[in-house]
Design a binder for this molecule. Structure first.
Ligand code: SAH
Length: 368
């Protein structure tokens, strides 16, 4: 229980009235002292992400970047950027693969990590301590350098704050966080959301009780990335759990040490996330080509993960070989992360073809 953060949020609500789910989520995850990502090292304890499942994930992401860079004519200098790098494992694995595949890419490279948590920044610095190319940290994408870039974001967008609206007889009303009589957090409805005019275009014929989620911060970051890519060229690889279609309903979930818990139960002590609406992100991307979202399993197979696992097994003892096979299944099979997780790519128009792992037919064409 994170009593202080809960108490501060409760006081805030008593003083100002209900707060948006976005405000609640931002505090619960990113509060400087007591947010989930600020305290200790929750990643790996409560949930395991793809780069923590196997080194193959980061290696293939790195090789994907090299491939795009080569096809773009090897622009230099170039930035390799990661949003929300967690423990830094993906970047470490990516750099190892890149170093042996393309010394030229390595020599023109600067690494930029966008991370709000000071404690995770320290973890990343430790992980990447032995890397001999410059690594810089940023609190937000706005300070990234004006260079061509290859950007990777794994399970980053699902952690960005959402807002929810419910359709009622009066119209759309925001689902906000208030206090119940026993002082626990509870969802309550705000005023009719007249200014949120886009809600009226999101759902054509809403039924009473229908819930929609929007993610303004994610859309802002998408716009920024696509502008940068179209100006300086490069690509972005986004991997997350979610759907190509607008998810309907309340997808906010909370994961703690013992599995899923009630979403508003314990701010700061549990991981909060919500489905990523890839369609919404793709639609705000400006002057770039968007591919996907495709299932993570298909993407990784096309990049050769099965063959990579095979090669790793050659040098492994029996236990390690079993671990490699288990990790492979987790990453690509439908029972693991193979279908629920999706991959979307943004590429600057000068790439002209589809990036590795995608087919031309998987160009994002809106909701048609
Ligand atoms: N990509 C990692 C970690 C995923 S957890 C992995 O796959 O293992 C989400 C990460 O995003 C954490 O590092 C968290 O601190 C960071 N994060 C969350 N919100 C952020 C924001 N608004 N800006 C930058 N980083 C953020």
């Amino acid at each position: 229980m994170n009593a202080n953060l809960s108490e501060r949020l409760a006081q805030d609500i008593r003083r100002r009235g209900s707060i948006g789910l976005d405000e609640y989520m931002r505090a619960a995850l990113s509060d400087e002292r007591e947010g989930y990502y600020a305290t200790g090292n929750p990643l790996g304890r409560d949930f395991t992400t793809a780069p923590e499942v196997s080194q193959m994930f980061g290696e293939l992401a790195g090789l994907w970047c090299v491939d795009v860079w080569t096809r773009l004519g090897e622009p230099a200098p170039v930035s390799l950027v990661e949003l929300g790098p967690g423990r830094g494992s993906l970047m470490l694995d990516a750099l190892r693969a890149v170093a042996s595949a393309s010394p030229a890419f390595m020599s023109d490279l600067e690494v930029h990590l966008v991370e709000t948590s000071a404690s995770l920044q320290r973890t990343q610095a430790r992980t990447l301590g032995g890397v001999d190319i410059p690594v810089r940290w940023h609190e937000s994408v706005e300070s990234l350098p004006e260079t061509p870039m290859l950007l990777i974001a794994n399970e980053f967008f699902d952690a960005l704050p959402i807002r929810q609206f419910a359709y009622t007889v009066q119209g759309w009303r925001e689902r906000r966080v208030g206090l119940a009589e026993d002082d626990t957090f509870t969802i309550c409805l705000g005023d009719v959301a007249e200014r949120e005019s886009r809600l009226y275009t999101l759902v054509n014929d809403p039924a009473e009780g229908e819930i929609v989620e929007i993610r303004p911060e994610a859309e802002r970051i998408m716009r920024f990335i696509s502008e940068r890519l179209s100006k300086h060229s490069g690509a972005a690889l986004l991997v997350d759990y979610g759907s190509g279609m607008r998810p309907s309903g309340d997808s906010l979930s909370a994961l703690g040490r013992d599995g899923f818990v009630e979403a508003l139960a314990d701010p700061g002590a549990v991981d909060l996330s919500a489905w990523v609406d890839f369609g919404a992100l793709a639609r705000v991307a400006g002057d770039v080509d968007v591919f996907g979202p495709v299932p993570q399993g298909s993407f990784l197979r096309r990049l050769g993960i099965v063959e990579r696992a095979e090669r790793l097994r050659v040098h492994a003892d029996e236990t390690q070989a079993r671990e490699i096979s288990t990790a492979l299944s987790r990453l690509i099979e439908p029972e693991g992360m193979g279908v629920l997780f999706k991959v979307m790519a943004l590429v600057s128009r000068d790439l002209q073809t589809e990036p590795a792992g995608f087919l031309d037919a998987e160009r994002f064409k809106g909701d048609a």
